[in-house]
Design a protein around this ligand. Structure first.
Ligand code: SF4
Length: 199
Protein backbone atom coordinates (compact mmCIF):
# COMPACT_ATOMS: atom_id res chain seq x y z
CA UNK A 1 0.00 0.00 0.00
CA UNK A 2 1.56 3.31 -1.11
CA UNK A 3 0.96 6.00 1.54
CA UNK A 4 3.94 8.41 1.22
CA UNK A 5 5.55 8.86 -2.19
CA UNK A 6 7.94 11.28 -3.83
CA UNK A 7 6.89 13.85 -6.46
CA UNK A 8 9.71 16.22 -7.40
CA UNK A 9 10.91 17.81 -4.15
CA UNK A 10 7.71 16.97 -2.31
CA UNK A 11 6.65 14.06 -0.13
CA UNK A 12 3.05 13.28 -1.11
CA UNK A 13 0.73 11.46 1.25
CA UNK A 14 -2.17 9.34 0.06
CA UNK A 15 -4.82 8.56 2.69
CA UNK A 16 -8.09 7.84 0.88
CA UNK A 17 -9.68 6.91 -2.43
CA UNK A 18 -12.89 8.72 -1.49
CA UNK A 19 -13.99 12.08 -2.82
CA UNK A 20 -17.07 14.32 -2.77
CA UNK A 21 -16.50 15.16 -6.46
CA UNK A 22 -16.38 13.02 -9.60
CA UNK A 23 -14.33 15.31 -11.84
CA UNK A 24 -14.26 14.47 -15.53
CA UNK A 25 -10.44 14.78 -15.55
CA UNK A 26 -9.79 12.88 -12.29
CA UNK A 27 -6.80 10.51 -12.34
CA UNK A 28 -9.02 7.99 -10.54
CA UNK A 29 -10.82 7.53 -13.87
CA UNK A 30 -7.61 6.83 -15.83
CA UNK A 31 -8.24 3.27 -16.88
CA UNK A 32 -4.75 2.36 -18.08
CA UNK A 33 -3.42 1.67 -14.59
CA UNK A 34 -1.01 4.65 -14.67
CA UNK A 35 -1.99 5.60 -11.15
CA UNK A 36 -3.20 2.17 -10.07
CA UNK A 37 -0.51 1.75 -7.43
CA UNK A 38 -2.10 4.63 -5.51
CA UNK A 39 -5.43 2.87 -5.13
CA UNK A 40 -5.68 1.96 -1.43
CA UNK A 41 -7.15 -1.42 -0.57
CA UNK A 42 -8.06 0.15 2.78
CA UNK A 43 -7.53 3.55 4.40
CA UNK A 44 -4.34 3.74 6.47
CA UNK A 45 -4.64 4.55 10.17
CA UNK A 46 -3.12 7.74 11.55
CA UNK A 47 -0.28 5.62 13.01
CA UNK A 48 0.40 4.14 9.57
CA UNK A 49 0.36 7.59 7.96
CA UNK A 50 2.84 8.99 10.49
CA UNK A 51 5.08 5.89 10.27
CA UNK A 52 5.15 6.10 6.49
CA UNK A 53 6.14 9.78 6.58
CA UNK A 54 8.81 9.17 9.23
CA UNK A 55 10.28 6.28 7.22
CA UNK A 56 10.52 8.55 4.16
CA UNK A 57 12.29 11.22 6.27
CA UNK A 58 10.26 14.39 5.61
CA UNK A 59 13.31 16.59 6.25
CA UNK A 60 14.63 15.53 2.82
CA UNK A 61 11.72 17.31 1.10
CA UNK A 62 10.70 20.92 0.56
CA UNK A 63 7.21 20.07 1.88
CA UNK A 64 4.86 17.21 2.52
CA UNK A 65 1.51 17.27 0.76
CA UNK A 66 -1.75 15.54 1.67
CA UNK A 67 -3.00 14.94 -1.82
CA UNK A 68 -3.57 11.38 -2.74
CA UNK A 69 -5.84 9.58 -5.02
CA UNK A 70 -8.96 10.90 -3.32
CA UNK A 71 -9.86 13.99 -1.32
CA UNK A 72 -7.81 14.15 1.91
CA UNK A 73 -10.31 16.29 3.83
CA UNK A 74 -12.88 13.49 3.88
CA UNK A 75 -10.50 12.51 6.70
CA UNK A 76 -9.87 16.08 7.87
CA UNK A 77 -9.49 15.23 11.56
CA UNK A 78 -6.99 12.46 10.75
CA UNK A 79 -5.03 14.89 8.54
CA UNK A 80 -4.84 17.32 11.45
CA UNK A 81 -3.88 14.62 13.99
CA UNK A 82 -1.16 13.18 11.72
CA UNK A 83 0.13 16.71 10.97
CA UNK A 84 0.32 17.65 14.65
CA UNK A 85 2.34 14.50 15.38
CA UNK A 86 4.66 15.09 12.43
CA UNK A 87 5.20 18.74 13.42
CA UNK A 88 6.01 17.66 16.97
CA UNK A 89 8.91 15.57 15.65
CA UNK A 90 9.82 17.77 12.68
CA UNK A 91 8.79 21.37 13.46
CA UNK A 92 10.51 22.72 10.34
CA UNK A 93 8.67 20.46 7.90
CA UNK A 94 6.13 22.39 5.82
CA UNK A 95 2.72 20.75 5.36
CA UNK A 96 0.29 21.42 2.51
CA UNK A 97 -3.19 20.10 1.87
CA UNK A 98 -4.36 19.80 -1.75
CA UNK A 99 -8.12 19.84 -1.53
CA UNK A 100 -11.40 20.41 -3.31
CA UNK A 101 -12.31 22.82 -0.48
CA UNK A 102 -15.41 20.90 0.65
CA UNK A 103 -14.30 20.27 4.25
CA UNK A 104 -16.77 22.69 5.84
CA UNK A 105 -19.59 21.21 3.74
CA UNK A 106 -18.56 17.66 4.68
CA UNK A 107 -18.54 18.40 8.42
CA UNK A 108 -21.36 20.95 8.41
CA UNK A 109 -19.27 23.50 10.33
CA UNK A 110 -16.16 25.64 10.06
CA UNK A 111 -13.21 23.31 10.64
CA UNK A 112 -10.57 25.76 9.33
CA UNK A 113 -9.40 26.95 12.80
CA UNK A 114 -7.96 23.45 13.37
CA UNK A 115 -5.35 24.15 10.69
CA UNK A 116 -3.79 27.05 12.63
CA UNK A 117 -0.14 26.40 13.49
CA UNK A 118 -0.33 22.95 11.83
CA UNK A 119 -0.91 23.44 8.10
CA UNK A 120 1.33 25.83 6.14
CA UNK A 121 -0.40 25.83 2.76
CA UNK A 122 -3.85 24.97 1.46
CA UNK A 123 -4.22 24.59 -2.30
CA UNK A 124 -7.86 24.46 -3.39
CA UNK A 125 -8.91 23.28 -6.85
CA UNK A 126 -11.20 26.02 -8.14
CA UNK A 127 -11.45 24.45 -11.61
CA UNK A 128 -14.12 26.77 -13.03
CA UNK A 129 -15.30 30.38 -12.94
CA UNK A 130 -18.83 29.70 -11.71
CA UNK A 131 -21.04 27.22 -9.86
CA UNK A 132 -22.87 25.88 -12.93
CA UNK A 133 -19.64 24.97 -14.74
CA UNK A 134 -18.29 23.48 -11.51
CA UNK A 135 -21.27 21.13 -11.31
CA UNK A 136 -20.78 20.13 -14.96
CA UNK A 137 -17.04 19.46 -14.61
CA UNK A 138 -16.81 18.14 -11.03
CA UNK A 139 -20.26 16.60 -10.38
CA UNK A 140 -20.07 17.43 -6.66
CA UNK A 141 -22.20 15.58 -4.11
CA UNK A 142 -23.20 19.01 -2.77
CA UNK A 143 -24.55 20.24 -6.11
CA UNK A 144 -24.58 23.98 -6.81
CA UNK A 145 -23.79 24.70 -3.15
CA UNK A 146 -20.31 23.19 -3.57
CA UNK A 147 -18.79 26.16 -5.39
CA UNK A 148 -19.91 28.81 -2.89
CA UNK A 149 -18.87 26.39 -0.14
CA UNK A 150 -15.32 26.12 -1.42
CA UNK A 151 -15.04 29.91 -1.81
CA UNK A 152 -16.19 30.33 1.77
CA UNK A 153 -13.74 27.62 2.90
CA UNK A 154 -10.90 29.54 1.22
CA UNK A 155 -11.84 32.85 2.85
CA UNK A 156 -12.05 31.21 6.27
CA UNK A 157 -8.84 29.17 5.79
CA UNK A 158 -7.04 32.43 5.01
CA UNK A 159 -7.62 33.47 8.65
CA UNK A 160 -5.61 30.50 9.95
CA UNK A 161 -3.18 29.30 7.27
CA UNK A 162 -0.20 31.33 5.99
CA UNK A 163 -0.68 30.44 2.30
CA UNK A 164 -4.02 29.69 0.64
CA UNK A 165 -4.20 29.20 -3.13
CA UNK A 166 -6.81 28.49 -5.74
CA UNK A 167 -5.66 26.39 -8.66
CA UNK A 168 -7.00 26.09 -12.18
CA UNK A 169 -5.66 24.00 -15.04
CA UNK A 170 -4.71 26.13 -18.05
CA UNK A 171 -5.85 23.68 -20.74
CA UNK A 172 -9.22 23.01 -19.12
CA UNK A 173 -10.64 26.53 -18.88
CA UNK A 174 -11.09 29.42 -21.36
CA UNK A 175 -8.66 32.35 -20.96
CA UNK A 176 -11.51 34.74 -20.11
CA UNK A 177 -12.60 32.42 -17.30
CA UNK A 178 -9.06 32.44 -15.91
CA UNK A 179 -9.42 36.22 -15.51
CA UNK A 180 -12.77 35.75 -13.75
CA UNK A 181 -11.07 33.21 -11.43
CA UNK A 182 -8.36 35.77 -10.72
CA UNK A 183 -11.03 38.23 -9.58
CA UNK A 184 -12.71 35.57 -7.42
CA UNK A 185 -9.36 34.74 -5.81
CA UNK A 186 -8.73 38.42 -5.07
CA UNK A 187 -12.14 38.77 -3.44
CA UNK A 188 -11.40 35.72 -1.25
CA UNK A 189 -7.95 37.15 -0.42
CA UNK A 190 -6.08 34.19 -1.87
CA UNK A 191 -3.62 33.66 -4.72
CA UNK A 192 -4.64 32.07 -8.05
CA UNK A 193 -2.23 29.49 -9.41
CA UNK A 194 -2.68 28.55 -13.07
CA UNK A 195 -1.02 25.20 -13.62
CA UNK A 196 -0.48 22.89 -16.57
CA UNK A 197 -2.30 19.61 -16.92
CA UNK A 198 -0.58 16.58 -15.34
CA UNK A 199 0.27 14.35 -18.27
S1 SF4 B 1 -11.61 16.62 -6.50
FE1 SF4 B 1 -9.67 15.61 -7.04
S2 SF4 B 1 -9.89 13.49 -6.26
FE2 SF4 B 1 -11.91 14.41 -6.31
S3 SF4 B 1 -12.81 13.74 -8.25
FE3 SF4 B 1 -11.89 15.78 -8.56
S4 SF4 B 1 -9.80 15.42 -9.27
FE4 SF4 B 1 -10.58 13.48 -8.40
Amino acid sequence: MVIAYEVGNGLYVNITNRCTNSCSFCVRSVADGTYGELWLEREPTVDEIVDSVVRADPTRYSEMVFCGYGEPTVRFYDVIEASIRIKQSYPDVKIRINTNGHANLIYGKDVTPLMRGVIDTVSISLNTANARDYVKVCAPEFGLEAYEGLLDFASKAKEHVPAVLFSVVRESIPDEDIEICRGIAERCGVVLKVRDMIK
